[in-house]
Design a protein around this ligand. Structure first.
Ligand code: S3P
Length: 181
């Protein structure tokens, strides 16, 4: 990790990236960027509205732009959408010079957390369709997610304990100390 890198949280929908990210940033006294929120600010549209107007491809273009902007900063905690690490150029941005932590949860818990999938265009549908779609999507992404150097299972855990573990990882990697590795 180079001095000035960011702490990037990746993982599937419902793995806790946004909630945990905000808590970790507090603990590290660092800035926090939620890339989905940044895209919404950039476009003035919600994520579902963007999918509706521009399709998933259009959304991904905005996402890449917002990601590059967020990772241009230093010493921040950056939570990215579940699909952001998939495209190779995005992964290059995420993985180079940053501490990357992947949050995960069991599918049963993921389904509980996502509920009806409101606000997440890829997580909707009836219960049967939903579980099938999410399982398929996760299995397509797993190869990428496992490339993160740090993997943290959040299943059955509260946000505070996960945030503490992630903050510890960041500190050990010299996050905030100006150290390089
Ligand atoms: C997506 C995840 C969402 C959001 C969009 C697409 C995905 O973010 O970027 O709905 O492709 O997995 P969260 O992972 O924060 O839900």
């Amino acid at each position: 990790v180079t001095a000035g890198g960011n702490l990037v949280l990746i993982g599937f929908m419902g793995s806790g990236k946004s909630s945990v990210g905000a808590l970790v940033a507090e603990r590290l006294a660092a800035g926090f960027v939620d890339v989905d929120a940044a895209i919404e600010e950039m476009t003035g549209l919600s994520v579902p509205e963007m999918f509706e107007r521009y399709g998933e491809d259009g959304f991904r273009s905005f996402e890449s732009a917002a990601l590059a902007q967020a990772l241009g900063g230093t010493r921040q905690v950056v939570a990215v959408g579940g699909g952001a690490p998939v495209a190779d150029p995005n992964w290059k941005l995420i993985s180079e010079g940053n501490v990357v932590v992947r949050l995960k949860a069991s599918m049963a818990e993921t389904l509980r957390r996502l509920g009806e999938g409101r606000g997440r265009p890829l997580a909707g549908g009836g219960p049967a369709e939903q579980v099938q779609r999410l399982t398929g999507l996760l299995s397509k992404r797993e190869d990428r997610y496992v490339q993160a150097r740090f993997q943290v299972d959040t299943t059955g855990r509260d946000l505070e304990s996960v945030a503490e573990e992630v903050a510890d990882i960041a500190r050990r990697q010299g996050f905030g100390a100006g150290a390089s590795e």
